[in-house]
Design a protein around this ligand. Structure first.
Ligand SMILES: [Zn+2]
Length: 162
């Protein structure tokens, strides 16, 4: 069996087993089937036409000077920031950058803006995502089971009506 082709929002390959079209049963991943515009990790798609793989400078450029303890950072497309609640634009001073007079506190790279959420919120969201994919799995199993039961009762009926 092959692995689902979908790339998750964390930029990792989905670990579930793929169906015939190369994607797992998760509806969002099924939607990706048949389209060429699979959701790529933000970093990759936002740094076009450069490739982060063969350009180490880009990678370094995206790396942060310091850590904001208790917060999880993420680069988000400047045009998307407003829609990405609860991610908030980070204050670059919290990540070890100086702010000159007259300069704002936003850290920018290409078209990206550094955002953050609290570590606590990040963990909550991870738990939520985990439970969501668990219930999707349970739902898929339930549908499978009820289909099997239907088939069985149909076979039984056929047999009894003979
Ligand atoms: Zn998947």
């Amino acid at each position: 069996m092959s692995q689902c082709e979908a790339i998750t929002s964390q930029g990792k390959r989905c670990k579930r087993e793929a169906l015939d079209n190369g994607y797992c049963f998760v509806p969002a991943h099924q939607k990706m089937a048949g389209t060429e515009t699979n959701e790529l990790p933000t970093l990759k798609s936002e740094t076009k036409p450069w490739s982060t793989e063969d350009n180490p400078w880009v990678k370094d450029n995206m790396r942060l000077k310091g850590k904001h303890v208790g917060f999880r950072p993420r680069w988000i497309a400047a045009t998307e920031v407003e829609k990405r609640h609860p991610w908030q634009v980070a204050d670059k001073r919290n990540y070890g950058y100086k702010v000159e007079t007259g300069e704002d506190t936003v850290l920018r790279r290409n078209e990206l803006v550094l955002c953050e959420i609290t570590e606590q919120l990040a963990k909550q969201r991870e738990e939520y995502q985990k439970s969501k994919s668990m219930s999707a799995m349970q739902e898929a199993r339930r549908i499978q089971l009820s289909a099997a039961e239907k088939k069985e009762s149909m076979m039984k009926e056929k047999f009894e009506n003979r």
